[in-house]
Write a protein that binds this ligand. Structure first.
Ligand SMILES: [Zn+2]
Length: 111
């Protein structure tokens, strides 16, 4: 089950990013700051809750392509909660959102 979980594209990408960051830290390329890791973790949960509560559970949109997107991003997960491909966000949505969040984080904290 854990292997199936880790093979999902979004989870695999996040694990690869953590591994890359750890290697960069081990080789002295980057310095990890525990306070910023804690802030990042807290912001992740705040962002996760906000997206889930206000975006993914927003009322269905009237424009069919947007409504289809809402179904793919979250509504269908509640219809079939055991489907792993619906449990996690697709990479085409996750990667740009993580890049945007990382950019905002860097701007806010001057990194
Ligand atoms: Zn939900």
């Amino acid at each position: 089950m854990l292997l199936v979980f880790c093979r999902h594209g979004g989870v695999a990408a996040l694990l690869a990013a953590v591994a890359a960051e750890t290697l960069l830290w081990l080789f002295g390329v980057v310095a990890l700051q525990p306070a910023l890791i804690l802030v990042g973790a807290l912001l992740f949960y705040l962002s996760e809750y906000g997206m889930h509560r206000f975006a993914f559970h927003s009322p269905p949109l009237s424009w069919p392509p947007a409504r289809k997107l809402q179904h793919r991003l979250h509504y269908d997960h509640h219809v079939e909660p055991s489907r792993l491909d619906l449990l996690f966000l697709p990479l085409w949505f996750l990667v740009p959102n993580l890049a945007l969040a990382a950019g905002l984080f860097a701007l806010a904290f001057g990194i």
